[in-house]
Design a binder for this molecule. Sequence first.
Ligand code: PLP
Length: 391
Amino acid sequence: MTPIHVQLADRLGQLPPYLFAELDRLKQEVVARGVDVISLGIGDPDLPTPPHIIEALCRAARDPANHQYPSYEGMLRFRRAVADWYAARGTGIKLDPATEVVSLIGSKEGIGHLPWAFVNPGEAVLCPTPGYPVYEAGTLFAHGEVVEILLREEDRFLIDYSKIPQGILERARVLFLNYPCNPTATCAPKSFYEETIEVAQAFDIIVCHDAAYSEIYYDDQRPLSFLDLPGAKEVGVEFHSLSKTYNMTGWRLGWVAGNREVVAGLGKIKTNIDSGVFQAVQEAGITALSGDQSCVADLRATYQRRRDVALAGLKRIGLEPVTPEAAFYVWIHCPEGGTAAEFAARVLQEAGVVITPGIGFGSGGEGYVRMTLTVDEARLEEAIERIGKVM
Ligand SMILES: *Cc1c(COP(=O)(O)O)cnc(C)c1O
């Protein structure tokens, strides 16, 4: 029988071109040569989930009450654990677990679906670049218009609202923000969030703050988060996740919290397409959020050592890293001449080290590469030494 003619929907054609095909091919080639490739490409923690969280999952998995469909919005006890976790930050934020928190199948899921709830075809969504590609993909799937907002190093990778034309602010329905930022590893000060809230109020823009890295920070400088500010709940929500804080990327558990109408709108999309998070995973999430937080302090100490090693090493070999304030990335200037993709290709081919060309995070990433800190110090040292030899 001849196969039917499969035609992809136009929305898939609108996605930006996949830029890493050539790098993927090169990697296969380098691996086939027998090179011991060091992968500093993907933002996925190398360390395991803390044992007490795994125990909680195992216990909950044996309970038949957890084998049925969960509620789409998440167990009330999980949502209460989220509200309590915010309260423990001591910034005065109060969330009603019943109406201001919904569980997510990882925060990527909620971020990707949010534009479906609030963006009509042709309406604008402000997406920072360099930034997490899901903001743009979710917008395109909802047939919204992606408006890329350039984050400049001279602005400390913050949005300069005065540079956004008034007409665009008027058309914007949603603004995505992400601090600590992937890929720049920089944070936002209180004054930036205050300005964001003012702009959102003036133009009726829903602020969606992606706070995936809020607990991974350096030099004891805990970053403020959008929801920590008075007035944040009036204009938006925060996406958060257990993925990075507790090394739980594979578990798929996150949440959206804040403005109840926004939480409810996203919840309405979700009721129609998914059935929530496995309750045993939520039980493990409750244990993670409400249990002893020393595992998070240990994780920060580990990344701090790695960051210090990487920062010193990169400078020693003549590269110019942006000093990471948080998250487990180093955002590095490419050496003069050539594109980020060319530099990443050379590092892969000649040093056997995978790094990500900045252009993968949108046009604002050209001129930079991103290195992850998800290998141990010895491996990081080796990677940097090898890169040094090909510079
Ligand atoms: C890792 C990451 C997330 C979290 O994704 P999950 O779906 O919760 O695992 C969200 N935003 C950014 C910018 C990330 O890097």
